[in-house]
Ligand binder design. Structure first.
Ligand SMILES: [Zn+2]
Length: 427
């Protein structure tokens, strides 16, 4: 009997989690449909303003338009300026405060990877289900979803007494340095909330991100004894900086390639007789008959957790320090980057809630995507403090490449899902 009761209780819990849409929720869907023409107009307007990260005026212009739209949706807006030395536009923050439900922190970014000197790609409908334009998928589509979702809720009087902050960074694609300055306000404000929702591009209608890999970098230098190359491999001359570089890179690959969620790649390798190094630029001179005295490699490291980052660094340090070829030396330096958004219990719970909503809407369950397929993002800076879900933005293809597209058929579905999700979380 007790077992039966428990089974019934489980059934009840399950049916509650997949509860059908309420009258209010159906009204939200109708509102979004009615507002769709203005929503698409806003998307076209912001896509047609170049807002490459370094185009400060363009980023501010997009911020102005989005800010005005949020004010009309009952939000207060502020512009967070950064010191001139960072050469970045700053961030747009739209807030409303109350005491009901979970406190939400919605994340977007105003900038794109496309700077004004790159070929323009104005907003253009390719066919019934596809639109192209700079940043339409990454992530102006997601920005507009954030706005249109809260606007519909506000217009129906459903945001009374709730706390929502919509935070749009102006330098997501190329964060101003140091990060401790460019992300200070972002992190501080996020900590005052319960849940962060990222509107970066959706991988698919049924995939969301409960984890994102972090990313940092390393610099490996090797030295050797400059000599005539005819003497290489003998006791006095040894092997030179280039063979030592090759040894270490190959040992990294043999020891660490294939570790789940861990990747690294030496994006720039140089070695020779004379080297001039200036931020990301290496000028190198060498001769075939001289054993190279110095070599350098710059690489990245991507990881699913701080623990994985630490242990990879340990292995790399050990490989650099042991087994050095005769007459060579090597050292490695690690630079901190973006932390990982780890797959926490809280993040999974958010995905479960979204899945229940998606089923109630008739679209089937949603699933946690493979973190190995996503890069790092702004949400990662705050993942240690609040429950997080990302990938709630527009779906599409070819982010960061010319001709990037957004899926027009899925856009209204993702927008409606976002609005109902925000509504349910703030009850
Ligand atoms: Zn993005």
């Amino acid at each position: 009997m007790r077992i039966l009761l428990m089974a019934m209780a489980l059934l009840v819990v399950h049916s509650v989690s997949a509860q059908p849409l309420t009258k209010e929720e159906k009204a939200i869907l109708a509102k979004i449909d009615a507002q769709m023409p203005e929503t698409m107009k806003l998307l076209e307007d912001v896509v047609n303003i170049n807002s490459g990260t370094l185009n400060v005026a363009g980023v501010r212009k997009v911020g102005e338009i989005m800010g005005k739209a949020f004010q009309q949706a009952g939000f207060q807006t502020t512009w967070v300026s950064l010191p001139d030395s960072l050469r970045r536009a700053g961030h747009l923050v739209a807030t409303r405060k109350g005491s009901k439900g979970k406190k939400l922190f919605l994340i977007g970014h105003l900038d794109t990877v496309f700077e004004p000197d790159m070929p323009a790609n104005p907003y253009r409908k390719i066919n019934d289900s596809t639109v192209t334009g700079q940043g339409v998928n990454d992530m102006k589509g997601g920005d507009v979803i954030m706005l249109a979702a809260v606007r519909a809720l506000n217009d129906l009087g459903l945001l009374k007494d709730v706390t929502i902050t919509a935070y749009f960074t102006g330098d997501e694609e190329k964060a101003g340095l140091p990060i401790s300055v460019s992300r200070a306000d972002f992190i501080e404000r996020a900590k005052q909330h319960d849940i962060a929702l990222g509107f970066e591009g959706a991988m698919a209608l049924d995939i969301v991100a409960i984890a994102r890999r972090g990313s940092s970098s390393w610099t490996l230098t090797t030295t050797g004894k400059q000599s005539h190359s005819s003497g290489v491999f003998n006791e006095q001359v040894g092997y030179g900086a280039n063979f030592e570089m090759a040894r270490i890179l190959e040992s990294f690959r043999q020891s660490l390639a294939g570790v789940k969620y861990l990747t690294f790649h030496p994006g720039l390798v140089a070695g020779g007789t004379e080297m001039k190094i200036a931020s990301g630029d290496v000028h190198v001179f060498g001769k075939t008959n001289i054993v190279a005295p110095s070599a350098v490699a710059y690489g990245d490291l991507r990881y699913i957790s701080g623990r994985q980052e630490d242990s990879a660094r340990q292995v790399m340090r050990r490989l650099v320090a042991t087994g050095n070829l005769p007459q060579t030396s090597a050292s490695i330096r690690f630079e901190d980057g973006i932390p990982a958004m780890e797959p926490t219990v809280g993040n999974y719970a958010l995905q479960e809630k979204l899945s229940a909503l998606s089923m109630a809407m008739g679209y089937g369950p949603t699933h946690a995507g493979d973190p190995g397929k996503r890069g790092a993002g702004d949400i990662s800076y705050i993942a240690a403090y609040v429950d997080c879900l990302d990938g709630l933005g527009a779906s599409g293809m070819g982010a960061h490449a010319p001709g990037e597209t957004m899926d027009l058929k899925e856009f209204p579905i993702l927008l409606k899902r976002a609005a109902l999700y925000i509504y349910r979380l703030t009850r």
